[in-house]
Ligand binder design. Structure first.
Ligand SMILES: NC(=O)c1ccc[n+]([C@@H]2O[C@H](COP(=O)([O-])OP(=O)(O)OC[C@H]3O[C@@H](n4cnc5c(N)ncnc54)[C@H](OP(=O)(O)O)[C@@H]3O)[C@@H](O)[C@H]2O)c1
Length: 389
């Protein structure tokens, strides 16, 4: 009987949807797309991008109000990760190469649910939501995006869409690196010492606030002109990396030893950073700058993954002998993670750090801004000028 009622509600909803979703009366939408990989010139605005449709019962369609930009958008525009993304989109390798085009970039979305698949119970049309979009899916620089409901979360009530769009991708990355890989969480972080290498950009500004809210002592490296920003976000100690060797300053800074290092910079830093960890205490170094996608782009999937496996294996073992843990951190899309971040935002523990907002017409300028580097928080694209905002 219950099953019957559930089926009835679902089919009524489906019936309602097919008449209520005005976008379904058309099959195109405005979007920024790329038709090939390259520099900024490959970005093309079109009013005729294919309207995304729900294929699975757990999917939702989101009307995009604002989209966040991240360094990965710049990298993907230039083909970074193409081999791995192609495998995720087409695991059986049935499609021709280039079938990903026209490709829509943009990993952050804040917007409104306009349609739900039959199995979606947690959301309904009209819900204000945010999400971090997996890089193998079409992105948010468009009027609509289709996502799995488990990638989506109710956006913080206290934020406007342009503010909310600055958070999901960096929050999901910081959470994955700090909680899933680094082992810290709200219950075990007090009295822990965390070092954030590169605290002034998207991931860093979020990571500082997260671990500070959980009671950790936070040391941050950044440029001198970002010191006030990271202190305002909760950094206890700040080291200016532009004023001489940062590792020397960190070593002398009250002889700090860290329980967790989050590395947003990579390169040389992993040569010295692990020496700053508390040995034989479960302390971890988690770097977000990994060669994983570069390897698969360069060597193909199988060899690239094998190469990555060998590299990480050697590094883990080398550092394990010294009593510290070496890890790679990765972005992981997750609605439930964003639910937790949403609560932290509405509780005033995490705030958006929006450096610049571009209009939908200015997407190429937004890409230029991110590509120039020196981020102080996030760059956002406002897609719908919402009078309520
Ligand atoms: N593995 C993954 O899944 C994953 C996911 C997300 C991000 N990432 C990677 O993580 C890194 C950080 O991402 P993001 O979004 O935070 O980048 P971002 O917004 O561009 O921020 C990078 C920040 O680092 C600062 N910086 C540059 N060199 C530095 C140094 N030597 N020491 C300290 N600070 C330095 C930059 O400012 P100044 O140059 O002015 O100092 C900027 O504020 C990127 O490399 C990104 O590709 C990886």
């Amino acid at each position: 009987m219950l099953m019957c009622r559930r089926w009835l509600v679902c089919s009524m909803r489906a019936h309602y949807r097919s008449f209520s979703f005005s976008a379904s009366l058309r099959n195109v939408m405005p979007a920024w797309v790329i038709d090939k990989y390259g520099e900024n010139e490959v970005l093309r605005f079109t009013k005729n991008a294919a309207l995304p449709i729900i294929h699975y019962p757990n999917e939702v369609t989101v009307k995009v109000h604002a989209a966040g930009l991240n360094p990965i958008d710049i990298s993907m525009r230039g083909s970074y990760g193409a081999a791995t993304m192609a495998m995720k989109r087409d695991p059986l390798n049935m499609k021709q190469s280039g079938s990903e085009f026209p490709l829509i970039l943009g990993r952050d979305v804040s917007g409104e649910i306009i349609e739900c698949g039959l199995d979606v119970n947690y959301f309904k049309p009209g819900d204000q939501v945010w999400a971090a979009i997996p890089p193998w899916k079409q992105g948010s620089l468009a009027e609509f995006v289709v996502l799995s409901a488990n990638e989506v979360s109710h956006k913080p009530k206290s934020l406007r869409h342009v503010e909310a769009a600055s958070i999901p991708y960096v929050a999901a990355t910081a959470w994955s690196a700090i909680v899933n890989t680094g082992g810290l969480n709200k219950d075990n972080s007090s009295k822990k010492r965390v070092l954030v290498l590169g605290g002034s950009g998207g991931v860093g500004t979020l990571a500082i606030q997260m671990v500070k809210a959980w009671g950790a002592h936070v040391t941050v490296t950044c440029s001198q002109n970002a010191e006030q920003l990271v202190r305002d976000l909760g950094a206890d100690d700040v080291v200016d990396y532009t004023a001489g060797p940062v590792e020397k300053k960190l070593q002398t800074l009250q002889k700090l030893v860290f329980d967790l290092i989050l590395d947003n910079i990579g390169g040389e830093s992993e040569k010295w950073a692990l020496d700053l960890l508390k040995p034989w205490n479960g302390a971890k170094y988690v770097t977000l700058v990994t060669p994983f996608l570069h390897n698969t782009d360069l060597l193909g999937l199988a060899d690239g993954m094998m190469q990555s496996g060998v590299t990480i294996g050697c590094k883990v073992l080398k550092h394990l002998r010294k009593g510290v843990h070496y890890r790679w951190g990765f972005f992981a899309p997750s609605g439930p993670t964003l639910d937790e971040i949403s609560e932290m935002v509405d509780a005033g523990k995490v705030r958006p750090v929006v450096e610049e907002v571009f209009s939908f017409a200015q997407v190429p300028q937004g890409f230029q801004k991110v590509e120039q580097g020196h981020a102080r928080g996030k760059t956002v694209v406002s897609i719908i000028e919402d009078e309520k905002e």
